[in-house]
Design a protein around this ligand. Structure first.
Ligand SMILES: [Zn+2]
Length: 396
């Protein structure tokens, strides 16, 4: 902490600090990260604004004034909390002036100031808890869904990593701004080719020379492309897949802490004809078998993974995603032993983003069946074939 060598701030502060122990000042400086705790300010208080000279420009402010007649003062609490760190804020001169201004005392209430202090100190604690091994390379992939173009900002992705990890340099961008929609065949040809090319160019070299230890995958795209993306990463590399949540028009990629696992149900076909295997994945919506039979005929074997009440919020926490991976892996094992080698599995997904990417990741390139993935088309409200994963002749 720089010495008080400035003019008025130092004099004012000395008066206040007379009643505050040196240890408390030190603790407040550390908890505030040496920055103004007023919401949105964050000004560094160890230097002069313009000259950057090393000067202590901090003000220590009382939330409940030290004197009972001061701003937010109270005859009992003022003397009691005069030197208490919970009642002190580290502020720049301007914001100290604001919060002690009599005309503004009603705006800067005790609750409001306490909340500002808490938010600032929580944030400082989060970012200073980061350790170097926690670096993670962000990989971003967006593609338009129906007519909707998708945007994700780098800032919201970085926030989703904290506090367990932090971003390792620039984001790897795999998106292609395709002029086509997923109802057009050309969309799938171009997107698939582009995604494979971008992955081979931008991600593979890092994985091969082991320069990146951990990846964080953020993707928003039609479901077959999400599965393809996952299959390119496979389960070999340390990677975490994120899930977008939308609440009150706000996007949030942060995982919720822990949530009760939904009851995933794995259902076998009523009658096993051992001819055309289908996997119906009904998590975010219910896939009616009739819709599948309309495309593949009614002599196919429909295996199903579903939850009791499919909904778009079915996966909010990592433990729920892990539970899905477990049941999906078991299902793939069981299905493949019922069909001759090389038989393609027809996959009809209605699942959240993260479940699609993880499904792709758990496909074993050599041991699993080729998978023909169908897309639910917003426009036609029907499934259409989109692309094939794990086709040994085609995948590179
Ligand atoms: Zn400030």
């Amino acid at each position: 902490m720089p010495k008080d060598t400035s003019g008025t701030n130092a004099k004012n502060n000395k008066k206040t600090r007379g009643r505050i122990k040196a240890g408390t000042v030190f603790e407040l400086w550390s908890k505030a990260g040496g920055r103004c705790e007023f919401r949105g300010c964050n000004k560094p208080l160890w230097q002069e604004d313009l000259t950057c000279a090393k000067v202590n420009t901090s003000n220590i402010a009382h939330i409940i004034a030290a004197s009972k007649n001061g701003p937010r003062g109270d005859k009992d609490l003022s003397p009691k909390l005069a030197g208490d760190i919970t009642n002190l804020m580290l502020l720049c001169k301007e914001h100290h002036t604001d919060i002690i201004d009599k005309a503004q005392v009603d705006i800067y209430t005790i609750d409001k100031l306490r909340l500002m202090k808490k938010e600032h100190e929580d944030r400082i604690l989060t970012v200073t808890s980061i350790i170097p091994e926690a670096k993670s390379k962000i990989v971003k992939y967006c593609s338009s869904i129906g007519e909707r173009a998708i945007h994700i900002s780098g800032k919201e992705l970085a926030c989703a990593l904290l506090p367990d990890r932090y971003p390792d340099g620039d984001i790897i961008e795999l998106s292609l701004k395709s002029p086509w929609e997923d109802s057009e065949k050309i969309f799938w040809d171009v997107e698939e080719k582009s995604l494979r090319t971008q992955f081979n160019k931008k991600v593979k070299p890092y994985l091969q020379d082991n320069t990146i230890k951990h990846l964080s995958i953020f993707a928003l795209a039609p479901q077959p492309l999400l599965m393809l993306l996952g299959s390119l990463f496979t389960d070999v590399y340390g990677a975490e897949v994120f899930q977008l949540k939308r609440t009150n028009n706000k996007q949030d990629w942060r995982w919720e802490k822990k949530f009760e696992e939904p009851d995933f149900i794995f259902e076998k076909p009523e009658k096993l004809r051992k001819k055309t295997p289908v996997l119906n994945l009904s998590l975010s919506g219910l896939n009616h078998n009739e819709r599948i039979e309309k495309i593949l005929g009614n002599d196919c074997d429909i295996w199903t993974i579903k939850v009791k009440e499919p909904n778009t919020n079915v996966i909010k926490a990592k433990n729920q995603l892990c539970a899905f991976k477990e049941i999906a892996r078991k299902a793939l094992e069981e299905i493949k032993y019922n069909y001759p080698q090389g038989t393609p599995l027809n996959v009809f997904p209605l699942m959240p983003v993260s479940a699609n990417v993880e499904f792709g990741r758990l496909i074993l390139p050599r041991a699993d069946m080729p998978m023909k993935i169908y897309n639910m088309n917003d426009k036609n409200k029907d499934f259409e074939y989109a692309l094939t994963i794990n086709d040994k002749g085609r995948d590179k």
